[in-house]
Write a protein of this length. Structure first.
Length: 143
């Protein structure tokens, strides 16, 4: 069963990653990227993509051989997040305070967790609060 779930994750992740890459590339500003990320997040919650990942993470607790396979499949997402964050931060003082790789890992972890919580409580405003906060920060990066 794990092999089937890994195959499903691979197909779904490739499709979603392409979508994220295209949408982020088309978003010219930090504010546009935040708005795009909010839309993509909603698509992921509605589509159930993260549910497959959650099932595999849960399975990896009992089957440790799954862990490196999952981490390998997470790397393109971390890379994309790091690239977007580095692009958005540009030469701002933010780059001296927060390393894009570390911020990417925190952002992907929060995104994953919020997606799962949104599946448990669709009325939750926690995900919106994240995007609202990012929208308040975005203009500071454009200055």
């Amino acid at each position: 069963m794990d092999g089937v779930l890994l195959a499903a994750l691979g197909a779904s992740a490739a499709e979603r990653l392409e979508r994220y890459q295209a949408v982020m590339a088309d978003a010219p500003t930090a504010a546009a990227k935040v708005a795009a990320a909010r839309r993509l997040f909603r698509e992921d919650v509605d589509g159930g993509h993260v549910t497959v990942i959650a099932e595999l993470v849960a399975a990896s607790l009992a089957e440790p051989t799954l862990r490196p396979l999952l981490l390998e499949r997470m790397q393109p997402w971390l890379t994309l997040a790091e690239q977007v964050l580095a692009e958005v931060a540009g030469s701002s003082p933010l780059t001296d305070l927060v390393r894009p790789a570390e911020a990417a890992q925190a952002l992907v972890a929060r995104y994953f967790g919020l997606n799962l919580l949104s599946r448990l409580d669709p009325a939750s405003a926690h995900a919106d609060a994240l995007f609202d906060g990012l929208e308040r920060i975005a203009p500071l990066l454009a200055a």
